[in-house]
Design a protein around this ligand. Structure first.
Ligand code: BEZ
Ligand code: FE
Length: 293
């Protein structure tokens, strides 16, 4: 080993050892592994002092733009795939349970409640979309009374929380019926960019990456004794499925949103006017609470 290698390795070991006495064993494990990986990164890329300064400037800007409404650190974790990796680790594959994906920053508590078959769009602009399916457990048993929260962007790419008034639109919750079935009207999902007017947007720009998310409709499903599922469904055929800015796409979550020409009768007889609409089926399977692989 060269003198240079020896100095670098000795430094890493000294920092690792500095956490030996941490009273919380998990904190010790996290800090020691973080130290090893950060040092390995700096050594691998032969990090220059100017580059480290630039990285610190970037993190400082990320902090400055973050407030109660804008969380740039989560966005950074999202575009680096760390959010999705953490979700993957913590929602272990179990039988045919539906896969989880990122929650994103636009979920809100206390969404309006709807009856089965209602329209959750709240007047948000977009093509009407009939969404239906069932909630079952991994034994195929229907789950009655499961809470389903849904939220989505309008066809201009905005969530209601991004409107400049207090309107609540394109979000809501409802409960499955005695057979575990659910159905509602929403709007056909369209692609939209993640917030990209800050440091994370500049990072994407500098690296030639797109801020666009593939079109999707968010779901959160909760039922007693079953693992809460946070997921979305994506639109088959969307050209952004392979370049989703936050790596949220799973093949199993890509669904057929079948386009219906204007004048096609609707499943519940609703008059949607003389315009096209779409329909999608999403059967949701929940793992047992606490399920491991
Ligand atoms: C979303 O799908 O709402 C979202 C997810 C991650 C970052 C930004 C938006
Ligand atoms: Fe979204």
């Amino acid at each position: 080993m060269s003198e240079q290698q020896h100095r670098e390795e000795q430094l890493t070991e000294r920092v690792v050892e500095s956490f030996d006495g941490a009273p919380d064993p998990r904190l010790k494990e996290l800090m020691q592994a973080l130290t090893r990986h950060l040092h390995a990164f700096a050594r691998e890329v032969r990090l220059t002092e100017a580059e480290w300064q630039q990285a610190i400037g970037f993190l400082t800007a990320t902090g400055h733009i973050t407030d109660a409404r804008r969380q740039e650190f989560i966005l950074l974790s999202d575009v680096l795939g760390v959010s999705m990796q953490t979700i993957t680790i913590n929602n272990q594959a179990y039988a045919d349970a539906t896969e989880a994906t990122v929650v994103g920053p636009f979920f809100t508590e206390r969404s309006p409640e709807f009856a089965l078959g209602d329209d959750i769009s709240g007047g948000a602009p977009g093509e009407p979309c009939w969404v239906e399916g069932t909630v079952t457990d991994t034994e195929g048993r229907p789950v009655p009374g499961a809470l389903i929260e849904v939220w989505e962007a309008d066809d201009e790419g905005l969530y209601d929380v991004q409107y400049d008034d207090d309107r609540v639109a394109a979000r809501g919750h409802l409960y499955t019926d005695a057979d575990g079935g659910y159905r509602f009207w929403a709007i056909t999902p369209t692609p939209y960019p993640i917030p990209h007017d800050g440091p994370v947007g500049r990072l994407l720009e500098a690296t030639g990456r797109s801020p666009m998310r593939a079109s999707h409709l968010h779901f959160m499903v909760e039922a007693a004794r079953l693992r809460t599922l946070v997921t979305h469904i994506f639109v088959r055929g969307d050209k952004r499925l392979s370049s989703d800015a936050v790596f949220g796409v799973r093949d199993s979550l890509v669904k057929d949103f079948e386009s219906q020409p204007a004048g096609t009768p609707t499943p519940d007889g609703r008059d949607v006017g003389n315009r096209p609409w779409s329909r999608v089926r999403f059967d949701i399977v929940l793992a047992p609470a606490g399920a491991a692989a």
